[in-house]
Ligand binder design. Sequence first.
Ligand SMILES: [Zn+2]
Length: 298
Amino acid sequence: METIHLSSCPVCSGNKLKKELTCTDFLVSNEKFLLLKCENCGFVFTQDFPNEEEIGRYYDTPQYISHSDTQKGLINSLYHFARKIAMRSKSNLVSDYSAVKSGKLLDIGSGTGYFLHTMCRKKWIVTGIEKSESARVYAHEKFGLNTQDSGYLFEIPEETKDIVTMWHVLEHIESLNDTMSGIYRILKKDGTAVIALPNKESSDARHYKSYWAAYDVPRHLWHFSPSDFELLAEKHNFKVEKIKPMYFDPFYISMLSEKYKGTFAAALVGLTKGFFFFLRSLGNKKKCSSLVYILKKK
Ligand SMILES: [Zn+2]
């Protein structure tokens, strides 16, 4: 298999890398992947991950719910319920931090189009970028959205977007630095980037270690904490204006993690522990499973 081997840190270019964890792909292949940590900035990444041509088969499962619409099983049903509420909170976040009431919004990794559809109804002029052809077809058939393939980011004229959103997408993208500089280029001077990422310093990540579902190797290449994401943002001339927790994620991630551990009544145990992690994140937002970073141009 063709893999990508990194000999330096993509955030700070440091070349002192040490083994952090070995994680299993519990979702698709059961293959094991090594996570390395940069000794300089603390950033963790998946080493020797499949390249663009090979990675497709690791997404090839009906359980990969962000690319499908299946409603089978308790975890999926809860996910779909949570999605309705999540759409409301995502659109509220955009309204709270945008410099304009409505304008031009780009969603990178727009999936099946639910978020774009929500924003379209709020009078935003929306564009989506989505790598999966089946997800693009779905978004078109269900919502009439025309979304674009990956390379489109680099064709957008500079300083033309008010908002760029990425909901749990950046951790999947091989071209991490090019994507960050691409977002900077297309945002207007008072534009806002809204980037949601799993948080490897969350209470649940610490608890589940290699079973933490949000490591999700080899689909997740980059494993951020608030401090290393801030470094990446600054490197691309952004300042982090705000960090917001996503309160639903501890529940979902804990249920999945318990399932991966083979726990009896995984959903129930995961929900209970998720509630505990949720309470912890109320006390310290940076301990939440997932964080949304609001970035402004410097
Ligand atoms: Zn580093």
